[in-house]
Ligand binder design. Structure first.
Ligand SMILES: *Cc1c(COP(=O)(O)O)cnc(C)c1O
Length: 669
């Protein structure tokens, strides 16, 4: 009885499309795809009430780790389209590549993201749910996701279209609600969907609204607007995607009856939300509206700023809307620039690390006063491996509950001289590493071999091929000190020709290292995604991060690694500048001049690869002193560094990040 009441209350708050036929079983018995329905009802009610300041968090992408974190269950069989496909491996052990593939038999992560920005947005929503904030996410329903990556030898990266089944993805529901955006020469119709983001205790669940153009009565062309994330080969599509997220998002919040106080723009993509809210307002009213907009800027590289020609936007937007876009966004190059627009409409702006704040101050001196910084973080519940949670619970329970309060990780330093802890820490790491070696068993990886990983988006400034500059040096190090395993993964944006070239260059180098396989194993994994990120960040010995300073705004993958005691090998950029005195590993390479931007095209490959090899040599030496073919010296400095990494995890997480957002950006005491 009680359970039936919950279902009817849910259905009165959330207008599910066709609840009887498709969703009756999934939403029944007080459960929503297996998780408590009451948690949703609480959040839905608070978002409609007037007594609290609610936050709408807009982002073009959301990476939710839905394949493993707070997983929904479904009574219907999982569509094959929603399962991971077999993947090939490209290594310098070609025989294994030829005969074997990798099987990832689980459900795919809901494909609404491309990389770090999306994962940050997902981690942010999860933490908002943990903090039980009245908040809602606003994003896009990408009907074909981003893309699936294949490697083709002698060619590089081949993007493949993703066909996923929206109607059977657990936790995702279509709504009856429709909205309509009025443009200059037509109307665009959008359907709304919802996905719920639960707190780690599953006692609270935030809605994520997803906008979808694939409906009648839109014409065929418009129905494809929400197909692919970051399609940039067509200016019209690119602009329309911004219109949908910004204007459509603002309309959707109104349609659903949410009373929003803070419009948070995660990147400038959603900036046009302001236009939707500002229409017909007087100038003083518009200034009042600005107090409700805040903006997080993530991009120090030029290509990251969204620009549109006035002609293009002029054709698209209604006359008054266009006039406002022009007034607030016209840059000195005569383009309408959404970064500039966002700076003009936001009452509070933040960069995503202290170093990025300096860069942003140089790029936008006029807004210097307004630009604060909140260093990014990662969601501990998503990124700490099960084994490490168990380890922390066993040893840190004396200091409190790590699950409820991740700041307790700082206390790990008190265990530095505890041999039992050091032994368990090493064992936990080895167990995670064995998992990776099992996954790649056919390639003959060993848990007692020094293992480095580089995995992230392939972009020029991140210098993916730095470690491959002089492979002879790597071979020499492995001959001198012991074997080395290198794992590589990352997608290049399909229209990024330079990124594409890097992948080709690396495939080529790997191929030519066939003979070196005994001492130097190089494994390139296709289709880098969140589930793979979780495995890699928790199981290798060294996490390599070599962006060209100062172009990495923050970087987050290293933060995932330190939570699992994985040591950093990194240049001094982004979040690392704030962790440089914390003994998180080895810092090497070019340092940017403070107060100068530098040149993003001068990649310092030669100097920095030499510095990298020297660092690899030093680390390999210590590694093999610590682990001699399975005989481990737990008093080694290597373990001290692992401990200091974990302690730093108390700071570089999304709980610290949200505390700072509350104080500096949302102005909530
Ligand atoms: C964390 C993550 C990233 C971001 O990595 P950076 O080192 O911050 O560039 C990219 N892709 C995936 C799948 C991730 O999980």
């Amino acid at each position: 009885m009680e359970n039936e009441k919950l279902v009817s209350e849910f259905l009165s708050l959330v207008k599910v499309e066709d609840p009887e036929n498709i969703y009756a079983k999934e939403i029944s018995n007080g459960k929503y795809f297996g998780l408590p329905l009451g948690s949703i009802i609480e959040a839905e009610k608070r978002l409609r009430a007037n007594f609290e300041r609610s936050i709408a968090y807009f982002s073009m992408e959301f990476g939710l780790a839905s394949s493993f974190y707070n997983k929904f269950s479904s009574l219907r069989p999982v569509s094959l389209h929603n399962k991971n496909q077999e993947q090939e491996v490209f290594s310098n052990y070609r025989l294994a590549d030829y005969f074997f593939t990798l099987k990832l038999d689980n459900i795919i992560d809901i494909p609404l993201y491309s990389g770090g920005l999306g994962v940050l947005a997902g981690d942010t929503l999860k933490t908002m749910a943990d903090y039980k904030l009245p908040a809602v996410g606003v994003g896009m329903l990408w009907n074909t996701g981003y893309f699936r990556q294949k490697f083709w030898f002698k060619y590089g990266q081949m993007p493949e279209r993703i066909h996923w089944d929206l109607y059977s993805y657990p936790g995702l529901i279509p709504l009856k609600n429709r909205i309509k955006i009025s443009l200059n020469s037509e109307e665009l119709h959008l359907r709304l969907w919802k996905y719920y983001v639960y707190s780690y205790g599953q006692d609270y669940a935030l809605p994520l609204i997803l906008l979808d153009a694939n409906i009648e009565p839109n014409n065929e062309k418009n129905r494809h607007l929400t197909d692919q994330l970051y399609r940039s080969d067509d200016g019209w599509i690119k602009a329309m995607q911004r219109v949908i997220l910004g204007m459509g998002g603002a309309l959707a919040l109104k349609e659903l009856g949410y009373t929003i106080d803070i419009y948070h723009l995660n990147e400038g993509h959603a900036a046009l939300a302001f236009i939707e809210k500002a229409r017909k307002l007087k100038v003083n009213e518009r200034d009042e509206l600005k107090r409700h907009f805040v903006y997080t800027c993530h991009t120090p590289v030029e290509a990251g700023h969204d620009r549109f020609s006035p002609d293009e936007l002029g054709r698209l937007l209604q006359k008054d809307d266009f006039a406002l876009a022009r007034e607030l966004g016209l840059d000195t190059g005569g383009m309408i620039n959404l970064t500039l627009f966002s700076m003009n409409i936001a009452s509070r702006i933040n960069a995503v690390s202290k170093s990025h704040q300096k860069v942003t101050h140089i790029q936008f001196p006029k807004y210097k006063e307004k630009i604060k910084y909140v260093t990014n973080g990662v969601h501990t519940h998503t990124w700490i491996s099960d084994r490490f949670f168990a380890l922390y619970e066993k040893f840190l329970s004396a200091f409190g509950d790590v699950r409820a309060n991740p700041f307790i990780l700082a206390e790990v330093k008190r265990l530095r001289d505890n041999p039992e802890f050091r032994g368990a820490l090493w064992q936990g790491h080895q167990d995670n590493k064995s998992g990776l070696c099992d996954f790649l068993a056919k390639w003959g990886l060993s848990k007692d071999v020094f293992t480095i990983c580089w995995a992230r988006r392939v972009a020029a400034y991140k210098r993916p091929s730095l470690i491959f500059q002089d492979v002879e040096r790597l071979i020499a190090i492995s001959k001198k000190l012991g074997p080395i395993q290198i794992i590589f993964a990352g997608k290049a944006h399909p229209q990024d020709n330079l990124g594409f070239t890097y992948i080709n260059e690396m495939l080529d180098k790997v191929d030519r290292l066939n003979q070196a396989y005994d001492g130097l194993k190089i494994i390139m994994l296709e289709n880098y995604e969140i589930a793979l990120a979780k495995m890699l960040t928790s199981s290798v010995d060294v996490w390599l991060n070599n962006p060209l300073p100062p172009f990495e705004a923050s970087g987050t993958s290293g933060m995932k690694a330190i939570l699992n005691g994985v040591i950093q090998l990194t240049t001094l950029d982004g979040w690392v500048c704030e962790a440089a005195d914390k003994n998180i590993g080895k810092i090497f390479g070019y340092k940017s001049d403070e107060g100068k931007l530098g040149n993003e095209h001068d990649l310092h490959m030669s100097d920095d690869s030499s510095a990298l090899y020297a660092a690899v040599e030093e680390m390999a030496q210590l590694y093999y002193k610590t682990n001699r073919q399975g005989k481990v010296d737990i008093s080694s400095k290597w373990l001290d560094t692992m401990i200091d990494c974990i302690a730093a995890g108390a700071e570089f997480n999304t709980y610290r990040m949200l505390d700072e957002y509350k104080r500096l950006v949302w102005n909530m005491a």
